[in-house]
Design a binder for this molecule. Sequence first.
Ligand code: PLP
Length: 373
Amino acid sequence: ISMKYAELANAGVHQQPVYEPGKPIETVAREYGLDPANIAKLASNENPFGASPKAIAAATDALQSAHLYPDGNCHDLREKLAKARGVSPESILIGNGSNEIIELLGHAFLRPGLEVVMGAQAFIVYKLVAKLFGATPVEVPMSEFGHDLDAMLAAVTERTRLLFVASPNNPTGIANAEADLLKLAEELPEHVILCLDEAYAEYLDKAPDLSAAIHAGRKVVCLRTFSKIYGLGGLRVGYAYGDPELIALLHRVRQPFNVNSVAQAAATAALDDLEFVEMCRTENGAGRKVLCEGLAALGCGAIGGAANFVLSRVGDGMAVFEALQSRGIIVRPLAPYGMPEYVRITIGRSDENERLLSTLSELLESGEVASVR
Ligand SMILES: *Cc1c(COP(=O)(O)O)cnc(C)c1O
């Protein structure tokens, strides 16, 4: 037998970049001979406070019905989200994480020859999905670590179908103002869908509201997730809201049971625990201040942003990442985003933030990693 699977695969598969997720705690513990209980994972913007006890109780309960298929329509969750967002349930689609919905947008709207406009340091999944469908990612330089909406508008051509703005953006943390987003929605030609990724919206004091643009018939879809402030990343739930006509198209291209029953139950219950969300937001703000001040005092530049992570200009991002990891603290080096001097640090609990700062201080003092100054 001489024919290889690789020869049978679609041509695009060979060009498809591979996503490098943050390493799981157990993997790092094994590789460095560390106690998993002693590892601070500040790499993937997970919620350091876990999930709401109400969500965990509902998930545990739902396990009793694990032998039954989930509700393929996610009825309860959509009803509740519709109320929360002030839209009809027909305006909402639940996904297996918002990542799935980004792929569904590709299924529905992308093909070879079309283009997807995105920021040069934006969430990497936009590029992966564009390529998956043979479309061309058009990466627009950012300004002061934020999306340059004018430049993005200028990058639109007849071939553009999707334009992604994450606000706050990952990995840079910078948010765009509501007025600027509304202006973009207004000015985009009607063959382009603005996809506003609001994964970190709950960390903002006031999230931008594009519902007026959606009601006015502008082509806008918004994405949210339960993976960040709701602390349910392991269960994979996200949602889109937008015009019912668009949402109906996305329903057509999803799998019938794309969101499992445990995830649906947990997400539905999580929406009721406003107190938990408020606590996470408050602690996150306090942690951001501690980290930014501490990093600045160490001579490392800090960009606080508006999400649940900060960027720090540490010099050699890869070296700092490795040195911290060997001491049980996992952060994210940003060389893959073209920012080799930076690491991204998820804001942790206060003990984790203090540990990050004291460990980094030791590394700099001992000369194990070179100082940025
Ligand atoms: C974390 C994140 C998501 C969430 O993805 P899920 O699939 O819902 O876990 C989406 N967009 C951005 C920009 C993110 O950082």
